[in-house]
Ligand binder design. Structure first.
Ligand code: AGP
Length: 591
């Protein structure tokens, strides 16, 4: 949530580099943006606006001769979407500028205290107290004043500050991601909340861990925030390339990423078998396994709980990251947690992991960003390998996570090779399924239903969580009111919502649940509902049929794909931006 980016180096257009980097981070927040740079007179200049950074005209920045700049693209937490609340925030004398991602929990008491001391605030944000606190302590010097500020604030944050009298950037992290990119030969340094922002310049990175800060001058110096002692960090070369984070010929990242599922599944299945067996053994011997994730990753966990039951006859719990704290009573050092996440930075899941870690729980993570905080916190990491996912709506990471959990379930049943073969076949079936004709067929459906107010999705067993996930996809990009239900639950209340023409997607796998869920669809049809069947076989009750391959226990993977495409098509037809839906952000780093 919120994208932050900073540049210091030999190039003379730091402000432009920062703006271009921020454009690549826009998926993290896009209600307003701002940059601060040191101009040729060594003054700090700030430009900030409401709206999307992608819409800025670079020529509007007149003084482009600058070697040091910082920038921010915002997802509002404290204070509405106004120019005043956009970052950077500056000290009253404009000598210090700060950007921040996260939440300062004790900002109100600090603000009151600072106001008593005469500080005047220009915004409603929690962030602004940081710059005033630094200003308050400047008699100690910039570095110490910054460090003293960190001692006073509580919460999760990533902060970057600059000062007009010194040619340096200082950054600190506690809870929100911050990565340093470097080209040491050129003395060129980047700091960003995510790697794609600087991938064009370097693939050499150094991760800031929690409670660490970095001072970027002509070299990098890292410190432990708790004692302000210098620490050594390792340079890691990552194997992502710039093109992987670009749209290519596709109009949006979302459709590009949906189509990438032709390859991503095969990559996901290609796991280290020894590691898969090790995790399967850990599940078998644990006194309770918790699958934990948020949003779509949470739905993946929910589906996996059915898959484990069906394939391995094994009960695994699932819970959303935000709900996990209530289960802490059950945790012991024989519990296992499997955290599922695309970004590896979701605050609620991270907090769940922290709680578990304190109780000695063994941590496994299934994450797409292999160098993320979750991956680094885990005892075992199973990489999702989907490549950068930039659209806010998760698609390719979802199906890959489902594949890895299916593989684990088969490994638990001592049938790893059988599971692998099932998934290899499923990957081939997906390759055949996703093609322009299929996309067109779904677009025709989208045109028919694009103006509806509400729609519903039903599923059963493994595909009930997919009905919930389908509803999330439809909600977040089409803004149509969509809800998912277990088919059998309809008659206990929700069926009252059905009226003439209400679209209802019925996810129907070719398994023992088929007849029951067909009956549920029939009950909807009898009340005027428009039935969209997602299923390997057509049926006379379907008003529209989206054919999916018969994938057995891997049916959740294939069944969600046509609904991802439908959500995308509806978003485009309704003139929404599917990559950056309103009110959302890709990486939810606040609780
Ligand atoms: C997915 O479409 C959503 N945007 C959202 O629910 C997401 O899955 C959730 O925030 C978890 O993110 P993570 O996978 O990065 O942890």
């Amino acid at each position: 949530m919120c994208g932050i980016f900073a540049y210091k180096g030999p190039q003379k257009n730091a402000a432009h580099i920062v703006i271009n980097g921020l454009k690549k981070l826009e998926y993290r927040g896009y209600d307003s943006w701002g940059i601060a740079f040191k101009n040729r007179n060594n003054e700090i200049e700030i430009h900030k606006e409401i709206g999307k950074i992608s819409e800025i005209d670079l020529d509007s920045l007149k003084d482009t001769e600058n070697h040091l700049a910082i920038g921010h693209t915002r997802w509002a937490t404290h204070g509405g979407v106004t120019r005043a609340n956009a970052h950077p925030h500056s000290s009253e004398d404009k000598s210090i500028a700060v950007i921040h991602n996260g939440i300062i929990e004790n900002y109100l008491e600090i603000k009151k205290d600072l106001q008593k001391k005469g500080h005047k605030f220009a915004s409603e944000t929690d962030t602004e107290i940081i710059v005033h606190l630094i200003e308050e302590n400047m008699s100690l010097g910039f570095e110490k004043a910054f460090h003293k500020t960190l001692e006073k604030i509580n919460g999760r944050f990533a902060i970057i500050a600059i000062y007009d009298k010194e040619d340096k950037i200082i950054a600190a992290r506690k809870g929100s991601p911050l990565i340093v990119g470097l080209n040491d030969e050129k003395k060129e340094y980047f700091i960003a909340s995510d790697i794609p922002a600087f991938l064009k310049y370097t693939n050499k990175v150094m991760y800031l861990d929690d409670n660490q800060m970095v001072i970027v001058n002509d070299e990098l110096k890292f410190y432990d925030i708790q004692n302000f002692k210098s620490i050594e960090k390792r340079v890691i070369e990552i194997d992502w390339h710039e093109e992987m984070a670009e749209k290519g010929d596709h109009p949006h990242f979302m459709i590009k990423e949906i189509f990438e599922q032709k390859d991503t599944l095969s990559r996901a299945i290609n796991q280290d078998e020894e590691k898969i067996k090790e995790v399967a053994q850990a599940i078998k011997s644990a006194y309770g396994t918790f699958l934990v994730g948020c949003g779509t990753a949470g739905k993946v966990c929910h589906a996996a709980s059915y898959i484990f039951s069906q394939v391995a006859k094994k009960h695994v719990n699932f819970t959303f990251g935000s709900e996990f704290p209530s289960y802490h009573h059950f945790l012991t050092d024989r519990t296992l947690m499997i955290a599922v996440s695309q970004s590896g930075e979701t605050a609620d899941t991270l907090e769940a992991m922290e709680i578990a870690k304190e109780k000695g729980v063994k941590l496994v993570s299934i994450v797409n960003v292999e160098t993320s905080t979750m991956a680094r916190m885990s005892d075992i990491v199973l990489p999702v390998k989907a490549g950068p996912e930039k659209a806010v709506a998760s698609t390719k990471a979802t199906t890959s996570q489902l594949a890895i959990l299916t593989l684990l379930a088969y490994a638990c049943a001592d049938k790893l090779q059988e599971g692998k073969q099932l998934l290899i076949n499923t990957a081939a079936q997906i390759n055949d399924m996703i093609n322009p004709r299929y996309e067109e067929h779904i677009e025709t459906l989208a045109n028919k239903i694009k103006d509806v107010e509400s729609m519903y999705v039903i599923g059963k067993s493994l595909n009930y969580p997919m009905a919930l996930e389908a509803a999330i996809k439809l909600q977040e990009v089409s803004y149509i009111h969509a809800e998912g239900f277990a088919g059998g639950e309809l008659k206990h209340g929700p069926i009252a919502l059905i009226s003439e023409g209400t679209p209802c997607i019925a996810i129907i796998a070719n398994d023992e649940t088929k007849n029951e869920i067909l009956s549920n669809a029939m009950e909807i049809k009898a009340r005027g509902g428009y039935i969209i069947g997602v299923s390997p076989d057509n049926n006379e009750i379907f008003d529209y049929w989206l054919k999916t391959p018969d994938a057995g226990d891997a049916s959740p993977i294939v069944n969600i794909i046509p609904i991802q495409i439908l959500a995308y098509k509806l978003a485009v037809l309704r003139k929404n931006n599917p990559d950056m839906p309103r009110n959302l952000a890709k990486s939810v780093t606040v609780k």
